[in-house]
Design a protein around this ligand. Structure first.
Ligand code: HEM
Length: 147
């Protein structure tokens, strides 16, 4: 039940670590905010899912903390791409966390994939869209399949 090829994984892990090695802190928040802005442009309704974390003020501490949780969640998953058994368990856990919330649908994970695909090339100089899409795509598809 491999996630994506070894080459893809290496590319994605390298890309991922390069992004965060950049000087300024707050990068996680900025990247996640850009992803959410893209998601809300694609699907304005989806914004309602994030009321509890004060999405109406995307610069609030509540939404910043949400951004950090999501990016850290993805960080965990990308770090586990080489360990399929633990990865599987982590994806099941993430799926459960999303399943518990009303209104989250499989299609949201496609939209989120597109949103990340649009943002990552802007924050990385050596973005490989094919490797990214294969790895992120299989992560998102796996979570969505368990919803
Ligand atoms: C919460 C990660 C995709 C909607 C969270 C949390 C994490 C996370 C770690 C916090 C869980 C907690 O502390 O209980 C991710 C990752 C994603 C992803 C890694 C993609 C691979 C999505 C998508 C949607 C979504 C596609 C729907 C558009 C939510 C909502 C919450 C949440 C509504 C709860 C916000 C609140 O606290 O009220 N996500 N997520 N997530 N996620 Fe995701």
């Amino acid at each position: 039940d491999d996630c994506c090829t070894t080459e893809d994984r290496k590319e994605v892990q390298t890309l991922w670590s390069e992004i965060w090695s950049a000087q300024f802190t707050g990068r996680r928040v900025q990247v996640a905010q850009a992803v959410f802005e893209d998601l809300f442009r694609r699907d304005p309704e989806s914004k309602n899912l994030f009321k509890r974390v004060n999405v109406d003020d995307m610069n609030s501490p509540e939404f910043h903390a949400h951004c950090i949780r999501v990016v850290n969640g993805l960080d965990t998953v990308i770090g586990l791409l080489d360990d399929p058994d633990t990865l599987k368990s982590q994806l099941e856990h993430l799926a459960q966390q999303h399943k518990e919330r009303d209104g989250i649908h499989k299609t949201h994970f496609d939209e989120m994939s597109h949103a990340f695909g649009a943002v990552m090339p802007q924050v990385s100089s050596c973005f490989n869209p094919d490797a990214w899409n294969r790895c992120f795509g299989s992560i998102a598809t796996k979570i969505a399949s368990l919803l």
